[in-house]
Design a protein. Structure first.
Length: 615
């Protein structure tokens, strides 16, 4: 790379020409019999009403004035394109399960009108343009709401006597309805000798109830139309191994850096305990109101290591004599102990965001559900909440992909990659978060992974409904399991900052996530208004892929993306252009109706050349 560090070039308004496109709808009639199809839909609606009437006390929405049902569209149709279908038939979309399936609510009177319209469609094809795109109407009851972990537990030969569950209610209902449902569920739970541990609300005001219930009565909650999703309560953990090596207490911070002007990253972890020579890099230290619940606050062992990578990137590479150069400050949000239940964990995260969203736009979360991969077809409650927080407050979460322990039992990286248990763990299924995996940075004897390969502990994709995860990777240390002992070899990428002010080797996606969080902070500091979304775009734009982009086919590319995301962060390219490599920047909003055209002027000798990639 050319060593010149030049600013990226901005495209000014006068060089961008707005174009408006008028969209025309040309619906295609399906080759189906409206009589047969309409009769099927009519039977669907009758069955839904029959099933609801049979629920009795298990229907917490019985006196709410609404009916909840599922709508499945035909293959190739998308819920997001069918606003008219739902609105014109009195259906409110409460949740979208995937591109074709929505959970809707409707009043009894509108439900009757829907029946009448379906009958008209069946008789003479009226309303054909709406209903021919519907595959079926379904009751929203049964095990479809359960997480895989719950299904496995209750299907065991000897299922557990009780289960600790999270009941997420149907989103986007009125507060009065929610309160009525919560009261009914609480009463029913107490009557069957269960216990309500807590009731909390997601950022979109959807209630979640944590309850401990006898496993034999789970079906009563599965069939309740008010319940959207049932998960086993996850416990979020951190792991850090002390093994002191290199003393850092004599280092000084680079005097050329104005500490007060550094960007800020909020570290959601077990606390941060920097040595005295680094304490000026802690902008604030904070504990949530719920610090007394869920085991109290953390011991700062794990959080200090995470914060060190956010502030200094790879510490050993950053030391010049006795000087070390910081790139960010941190806010210490002490929310993690050894194991925190999901309800407490989620509320602590939200409290931290609400407290600091005007001070920090980047929140690092290096904690995952303990040993549990995501399901993929359903988003975890915590992943859902992270997306809601990012959308509501304009912040950016950077999340670890999660670790597994198959490196202790397998003898090849191929076997590990092919095991479904290595899939990312919650909340790494969050769509808007930057999810970070680990790639081994140096070769080591006896390591299952060598340089530029996915680390033997790093979880892989795909993510929610097949989306590529992780989003990006960072170099990290490796793990070796030799003669029953865990070994973390020392190298530039495994050495992290301990709370005792020394460098020690440790490995995990926990320490890769803050590398990227700090990268985003560093990139944003070069941009007007510290634009986080533009920094994210630059981060993704300039990654270094770990595969041959010229010879890789689509299937292979999908596999690479599910191991490495877009590739390894290339911080210098994200921050700077050069005389031979220029990045053009412009921000705004584009959609199907609004486009912009920009003219790029080329030297005549290049413009005269024909063909692709001639420049």
């Amino acid at each position: 790379m050319n060593n010149e560090q030049l600013a990226h070039l901005w495209i000014p308004d006068e060089e961008a020409h707005k174009l408006t496109k008028d969209l025309t709808s040309r619906p295609k009639q399906r080759n189906i019999s409206f009589k047969e199809h309409g009769s099927k839909l009519s039977r669907n609606l009758q069955q839904i009403k029959t099933d609801i009437d049979k629920l009795g006390r298990n229907n917490s929405l019985a006196d709410s004035g609404i009916i909840v049902l599922g709508v499945e569209l035909q293959e190739g149709e998308k819920v997001q394109d069918k606003d008219d279908l739902f609105a014109s038939n009195g259906m409110k979309v409460n949740a979208v399960r995937d591109t074709r399936n929505a959970i809707v609510s409707i009043t009894p009177s509108q439900y009757q009108k829907l029946n009448e319209r379906i009958d008209a469609y069946s008789n003479n094809g009226t309303y054909r343009t709406s209903f021919e795109n519907v595959e079926s109407f379904k009751p929203y009851t049964g095990q479809v709401k359960d997480s895989n972990a719950i299904k496995k537990n209750v299907a065991m030969e000897k299922p557990p006597v009780t289960i600790d569950i999270q009941l997420m209610l149907i989103p986007n209902l009125d507060r009065e309805i929610y309160q009525n449902v919560i009261d009914k569920l609480t009463q029913r739970t107490e009557e069957i000798q269960g216990k309500i541990e807590s009731v909390y609300y997601l950022s979109d005001d959807t209630p979640v109830i944590r309850a401990i219930i006898p496993s034999v009565v789970l079906s009563g909650y599965e069939d309740d139309p008010a319940v959207y999703r049932i998960e086993e309560t996850s416990f979020f953990t951190i792991d850090a191994d002390p093994n002191e090596t290199v003393d850092l207490t004599n280092l000084i911070l680079n005097p050329e850096i104005n500490i007060n002007e550094l960007p800020i990253v909020a570290i959601l972890d077990s606390g941060v305990s920097f040595p005295s020579n680094f304490v000026s890099l802690i902008a604030s230290q904070w504990q949530p109101k719920l610090s007394s619940a869920g085991g109290g606050i953390g011991d700062s062992i794990h959080g200090t290591k995470v914060a060190g990578n956010a502030v200094f990137r790879y510490l050993k590479q950053n030391i010049n004599g006795n000087v070390i150069t910081p790139r960010a400050r941190i806010i210490d949000c002490n929310i993690l102990t050894g194991s925190v239940p999901q309800d407490i964990f989620l509320q602590r995260i939200r409290e931290a965001v609400i407290t600091f969203e005007n001070t920090a736009k980047i929140f690092n979360l290096s904690a995952n559900a303990n040993g549990v991969p995501i399901e993929g077809d359903k988003m975890s409650i915590l992943g859902y909440e992270l997306d809601a927080l990012q959308y509501k407050y304009g912040i950016q979460f950077v999340v670890s992909a999660g670790n597994h322990n198959l490196w202790q039992f397998e003898d090849s990286l191929t076997n590990i990659i092919n095991d479904d248990d290595t899939r990312i763990s919650s909340p790494a299924d969050s769509m808007l978060s930057i999810v970070v995996g680990s790639v081994v940075g140096e070769n080591h004897k006896d390591s299952l992974s060598q340089k530029d390969e996915i680390a033997p502990y790093s979880r892989r994709g795909p993510g929610f409904i097949g989306f590529s995860k992780p989003d990006i990777s960072a170099y990290a240390g490796t793990l070796i399991f030799l003669q029953g002992k865990k070994i973390v070899p020392k190298d530039d990428y495994s050495l992290v900052l301990s709370k005792k002010g020394v460098l020690e080797p440790d490995a995990g996606t926990s320490y890769s996530a803050p590398i990227i969080a700090g990268d985003i902070a560093e990139i944003s500091s070069f941009l007007p208004n510290n634009d986080i979304l533009l920094a994210k775009a630059l981060l993704y734009q300039e990654v270094t892929p770990l595969w041959d982009i010229d010879t890789t086919n689509d299937d292979e590319l999908s596999e690479w993306h599910n191991r490495y995301g877009r590739g390894i962060s290339n911080l210098e390219y994200s921050k700077y252009s050069s005389t031979s490599r220029v990045t053009l920047l412009r921000t705004g909003t584009l959609n199907r109706r609004t486009k912009e055209r920009v003219s790029i002027y080329m030297p005549p000798v290049l413009a005269a050349q024909k063909g692709r990639n001639t420049a």
